[in-house]
Design a binder for this molecule. Structure first.
Ligand SMILES: [Zn+2]
Length: 892
């Protein structure tokens, strides 16, 4: 029993402390003494609390290790950061930190002064582990790494400590460590050993926790971002991952094509150089299956180490083949010189492990062709957790050696690149981005500025009007000058992407990109940001942190001829949050179905504006101000003028379907519902199959998921029976009963196919069955036209941008007597591409993007694209929010 052994190790350790308090450095037990087993032993794992306690012990017993905790994880677990270096370096950490900041923002740092900083500064590097919790090896490895760095008295270790400050996050997803190890320990030794965990390994975002690095929605992402761009500016950043189990044993940089032109070639070269140190060390140690330069690309934004590239830092990724958590994998052997076949992109071990029976050996590797970047291909055999740890120790020390050896060059590159970016920005193209203060959704503007500020971008506000590129900008406009060190980062997030897809022969499908192809934040968030190409003069003041944009509720001058009724404009997403808060507090909220001219200020309000009654002016004013909304008090005459054209709202009773397949889109949806304070219940297969849904819910919501996955879930004898299967026929019937008796079904993206087929809707997914050589759009931003005079489109602009990710698109077919379908949003009859890449755009011409279908007494809302894409697409959240509120509107 591991616990019993652990207790014994603790007793020995504290006994040693009690008797020999002066011999601290000798007192740190080895990980094996501490755990009672060697790290990486088959089927044994150090738990997260054990790892945290060991790191605290290391800091107490060694003058080379400091331990601190950043903001607690989403589920309240400690999130440690270790700082490891020589005692002399640790004694002057504040100076080193100040020097790092000077190198990062070198506006007034001359090359001579930079050289004198470089001469005495160690290399500051960041290593993060197990962001993907099932990629378990590196956190386990960290015990041996820290023990050696904390205790060994060799010239080798002394050299590393003298020349490097290692910032180490033993896990950037502590919650996932707890969940995955609990799940593994529950199943080890049973017939379910090696089965995938049926829920996400991060409370909200699962594997997409490595897709959050610029939107910063999760606390863990914010912790890493703070280390990178506020506190430390480490110019080398390594993120250690694991990948599928059947191919190469490890990937190290250099990365693969395509190249994003916003990454400086010197950043690529520096990352490649350090990667080649790893490649060399692994081969020198005689390890097989070492590969660089394939699958993992220089293109996208979203993972933390990629964000570092656009900040002129060397960002490195390693991916080791996975075992089944701590259970070994057997793989059939292949001969050398099998034809090289590129494997599909993706680093989720689940992708290969969950679909196959974990009790059987894996099929032999298919790519065993020796080549420069894969000189000794993996031929199969046994692969275990200890192998992962050995490979990871090797690359981690190789990186420390590289950082120590190239200390001066790495610092000089960082300094020079930051200078170069400042100079490039002064020349223009672009010179700045300007964001005017009056916008459709001020909350989205504030969010955009906040995430840029947290990523180290310098943001200014103009106190007076100015002219740039011939355009007038009012006072209060935000100016982001490009003459700043992290220019490439701002540019890449604000400009449209042009993904360099390689041309293919007719009939040949284009290559799949590693992840998405476009992310432009102003488009996704519905924010107007203007590129200014030529230099201009304007007085500006620095803004940091970004303040909330206050709202405004104009009250009538005379209380006598006014009523306690108010109207609030519907453009900002926060109007949905306001609606929920008001309904919970007992206020009356209605949608106004026509545009309204209110007399107090005389503003005109579009359809979908909120009429709010049964609340005091003070209370509403506080809410409206806090949420950045705008509105005014309305008179009796105003209300009389809109009489009869109101839809009264009630808090909807929401059921969100959660399959046992760890669906990230469900997690993002749940996150968004919580952020906007929609009360909701989670529905599992059994809850839906039980039926009677209409009594409990107004609306049932399906996040993006394929029809077959919804119907069938996970299958296989190795899946625990309680998590096997999907909705099946019984569940489908329960959903149909629910809709026909008056409920609302909302499906996002892929889930539309389930609704269309199961309910026999008069809608066709025009992209179903269209092959990839004809149409392909793997993550791009597309133009959509919106009917904003109907409740589902309320508050939207008539032209917006939708996030399309291999999504469906609809055609409305002839209605039956009891059903009718209408388009709420559609794609234009021209190429809709705004950012990213699309192949075969004509397949989308005039297709419906959002459809509203009545069925029996109920309704089905098909939102064809990712209206809530990774909680980034603020421009289209309202489709989802409106659908939820509509489900309970005017119901008693
Ligand atoms: Zn990973």
């Amino acid at each position: 029993m591991p616990t019993r052994r652990l207790t014994r190790a603790f007793v020995l350790f504290f006994a040693a402390l009690a008797f020999a308090p002066s011999a601290l450095a000798q007192a740190l037990p080895t990980p094996e003494q501490y755990l009672g087993f060697r790290v990486g032993t088959d089927k044994k794992l150090a738990t997260w609390p054990q790892v945290v306690a060991y790191m605290q012990m290391a800091a107490k017993s060694s003058d080379r290790v400091r331990y601190e905790e950043l903001a607690k994880s989403t589920m309240g677990h400690p999130f440690p950061l270790l700082t490891i270096s020589s005692p002399a370096n640790l004694a002057r950490l504040d100076d080193i930190r100040a020097a790092q900041r000077q190198l990062a923002y070198p506006y007034s740092l001359s090359p001579q002064d930079a050289e004198s900083l470089i001469a005495k500064n160690p290399a500051v590097i960041l290593i993060t582990l197990t962001i993907h919790a099932s990629e378990i090896g590196s956190t386990q490895m960290s015990l041996e790494l820290v023990h050696r760095l904390a205790t060994e008295k060799s010239p080798y270790i002394q050299n590393l400590l003298d020349n490097v400050i290692l910032l180490l996050c033993p896990s950037v997803n502590p919650d996932g460590q707890v969940m995955i190890i609990d799940w593994y320990n529950k199943n080890v030794g049973t017939e379910f050993e090696g089965s995938s965990m049926p829920w996400l390994y991060h409370k909200y975002v699962g594997h997409d926790n490595n897709r959050d690095s610029y939107m910063l929605t999760q606390v863990e992402t914010r912790n890493v971002t703070k280390i990178l761009y506020k506190d430390w500016f480490p110019f080398v950043f390594l993120d250690e991952h694991q990948m599928g189990s059947s191919g190469p044993r490890i990937f190290v940089p250099p990365f693969d094509d395509p190249v994003n032109l916003n990454i400086d070639p010197a950043v690529m070269a520096t990352s490649n150089l350090l990667g080649m140190r790893m490649f060399t060390a692994l081969n020198a140690a005689g390890y097989e299956g070492v590969q660089y330069g394939e699958r993992f690309t220089w293109w996208w934004q979203g993972s933390a180490k990629n964000g570092a590239w656009y900040h002129n830092m060397a960002g490195l990724l390693t991916e080791v083949a996975s075992a089944r958590i701590a259970s070994p994998i057997e793989q059939q052997r292949a001969p050398l010189f099998q034809t090289a076949q590129r494997e599909a992109a993706g680093d989720a071990p689940g992708e290969t492990a969950s679909a196959t029976d974990p009790r059987r050996p894996l099929a032999a590797p298919t790519d065993t062709w020796p080549r420069t970047n894969y000189p000794r291909p993996w031929l199969g055999g046994t692969w275990r957790l200890r192998d992962i740890i050995d490979y990871e120790l090797t690359i981690t020390y190789a990186l420390l050696e590289g950082a120590a050896a190239d200390r001066a060059m790495l610092q000089r590159n960082f300094y020079n690149l930051n200078r170069k970016a400042i100079d490039a920005g002064k020349k223009g193209d672009p010179f700045a981005y300007v964001i005017p203060p009056v916008q459709h959704d001020p909350g989205a503007v504030a969010k955009l500025l906040e995430v840029l500020d947290l990523a180290g971008i310098e943001i200014y506000r103009a106190p007076a009007a100015f002219t740039a590129d011939g355009k007038e900008y009012v006072s209060g406009s935000i100016v982001i000058p490009m003459a700043q060190p992290f220019r490439n980062y701002v540019k890449d997030l604000l400009e449209p992407q042009k993904y360099p897809m390689k041309p293919t022969a007719t009939g040949q499908a284009p290559e799949r990109p590693y992840d998405v192809t476009g992310w432009t934040l102003p488009l996704q968030m519905g924010v107007a940001a203007y590129k200014v190409d030529n230099p201009f003069d304007a007085k500006v003041d620095r803004v940091s942190p970004i303040p909330a944009i206050p709202g405004e509720l104009v009250l009538a001058k005379s209380a006598r001829n006014s009523t306690p009724a108010f109207i609030v404009a519907p453009g900002p997403n926060a109007k949905s949050l306001l609606t929920n808060r008001l309904l919970k507090s007992g206020a009356e909220v209605s949608w106004v179905t026509d545009s309204v001219q209110a007399s107090t200020r005389g503003w005109r309000y579009p359809p979908g504006s909120l009429l709010v009654r049964n609340i005091t002016a003070e209370k509403l004013q506080t809410l409206v101000m806090d949420l950045g909304l705008s509105g005014e008090q309305v008179t009796r005459a105003d209300i009389a003028a809109i009489g009869g054209k109101l839809i009264s709202l009630r808090l909807p009773r929401i059921g969100l379907y959660q399959p046992w397949t760890a669906n990230m889109d469900e997690g993002w949806t749940r996150w968004l519902l919580e952020q906007y304070e929609f009360p909701h219940a989670t529905l599992h297969n059994a809850d839906i199959r039980a039926g009677g849904l209409a009594e409990k819910f107004d609306v049932i919501l399906f996040a993006s998921q394929s029809k077959s996955s919804i119907l069938n879930g996970s299958r296989g004898e190795w899946v625990r029976p309680e998590y096997r299967g999907g909705l099946g026929e019984e569940g489908s019937r329960a959903i149909e009963d629910f809709v026909r008796s008056g409920g609302t079904l909302v499906t996002l993206d892929d889930a539309a196919d389930f609704a269309i087929d199961t309910l026999g809707l008069p809608v066709r997914n025009a992209l179903r069955g269209v092959s990839r050589d004809k149409f392909f759009c793997p993550g791009a931003i597309l133009e959509i036209f919106v009917d904003n005079h109907t409740p589902l489109g309320y508050g939207m602009l008539p032209k917006a941008s939708g996030y399309f990710l291999n999504s469906p698109a609809f055609e409305l077919t002839a209605p039956f007597t009891t059903t009718a379908a209408r388009a709420i949003a559609r794609y234009p009859a021209t190429n809709p591409l705004q950012s990213g890449w699309i192949g075969g755009p004509e397949h989308l011409y005039d297709r419906v993007a959002v459809a509203d279908v009545t069925l029996g007494k109920g309704r089905v809302v098909l939102i064809g694209f990712r209206a809530q894409f990774r909680a980034q697409s603020h421009a289209t959240f309202k489709f989802l929010f409106n659908a939820l509120h509509l489900s309970a509107a005017e119901k008693r």
